[in-house]
Write a protein that binds this ligand. Structure first.
Ligand code: X90
Length: 278
């Protein structure tokens, strides 16, 4: 196998057609139980159990060994990770690369997306396209890094409890939410952290703000990948809004897997998109 794409499970993409692909699960952990974020995870049930659970809950990134296992025996690996500003995924991936490349003829390109979820999906799909086009490892690496300069992530969150409890957002943002009906709309910052842009009353206003922010960040009808936390209607509504303005837009929708469900929580919508500079 010449090429393999490997991504951590925060991409929400459990499988991919047309190219060798593996998703490396993060884990959602309590004192009593560990939920492995793979295709076998019942996300709705996990959320129900966690809602009833009184103790602390957190997450754990994949170990070096788990990355190595996912690399399998591929000669060339492209590994796509959640932002290194919020998770240890990238770090363990880089360590796995060092070990893997001890074997002759093996190469790994670790890509810190400074983002997560649907922006990772765009990057993974771009990798698939470049691999299918027959480019070599260095060319693919150069092209995908260039592509990543032109992808962005906006999100709408109804609750930031788990992000706050696990120290993944500033207390300032945490204070803004929690009022009934208030959503925060934000983006993945250049440093790969959550940046709040607006507080919106109601979902409709939140979705409007998302599209406005996409346009403010150069969106002009490119590809969009949307993910949602048990909120398909909102994901579809955002897709329709985009289509109404940009009929040519290619839009895909994916529900959250475990990690994004835990931090994004119910009702959340994220959109990864390409800017016009592509
Ligand atoms: O290593 C670990 O334990 C995982 C920690 C992950 C923490 C952040 C997850 C964020 C999930 C929330 C909304 C959008 C975030 C924008 C990112 C820059 C989704």
């Amino acid at each position: 196998m010449r090429y393999k794409i490997v991504a951590d499970s925060s991409s929400n993409l459990q499988g991919l057609e047309g190219v060798a692909y593996a998703s490396v699960p993060l884990k959602i952990v309590t004192a009593e139980k560990e939920y492995v974020d793979d295709a076998g995870l019942d996300t709705v049930r996990m959320l129900k159990e966690l809602a009833a659970y009184k103790g602390r809950s957190g997450t754990a990134c994949p170990s070096v060994g788990e990355w190595l296992e996912a690399f399998g025996q591929a000669e060339n690996v492209f590994a796509v990770t959640i932002t290194s500003s919020l998770s240890g995924c990238y770090n363990s991936c880089v360590q796995a690369k060092a070990e893997y490349e001890q074997m002759p003829g093996r190469r790994v390109c670790c890509l810190d997306t400074l983002s997560t979820g649907p922006e990772m999906v765009l990057i993974i799909e771009k990798l698939r396209e470049l691999i299918s086009a027959g480019l070599d490892f260095d060319q693919i690496q150069g092209r995908v890094r260039e592509y990543m300069k032109h992808t962005h992530l906006v999100f709408m969150l109804e609750s930031v409890d788990n992000l706050a409890k696990n120290g993944r957002i500033s207390p300032l943002i945490a204070r803004a939410v929690g009022v009934l009906g208030i959503r925060i709309v934000g983006k993945a910052s250049d440093e790969g952290t959550l940046q709040q842009l607006h507080k919106c009353r109601g979902e409709k206003r939140g979705l409007e703000a998302m599209l406005r922010e996409m346009e403010a960040h150069g969106y002009q009808g490119g590809r969009v990948s949307i993910s949602h936390g048990c909120n398909e209607p909102a994901a579809l509504a955002l897709g329709e809004r985009i289509k109404a303005r940009y009929p040519q837009a290619e839009i895909s929708i994916l529900p959250f897997a475990g990690l994004c469900s835990f931090y994004g929580e119910k009702g959340a919508v994220m959109a990864g998109f390409e800017d016009a500079g592509i």
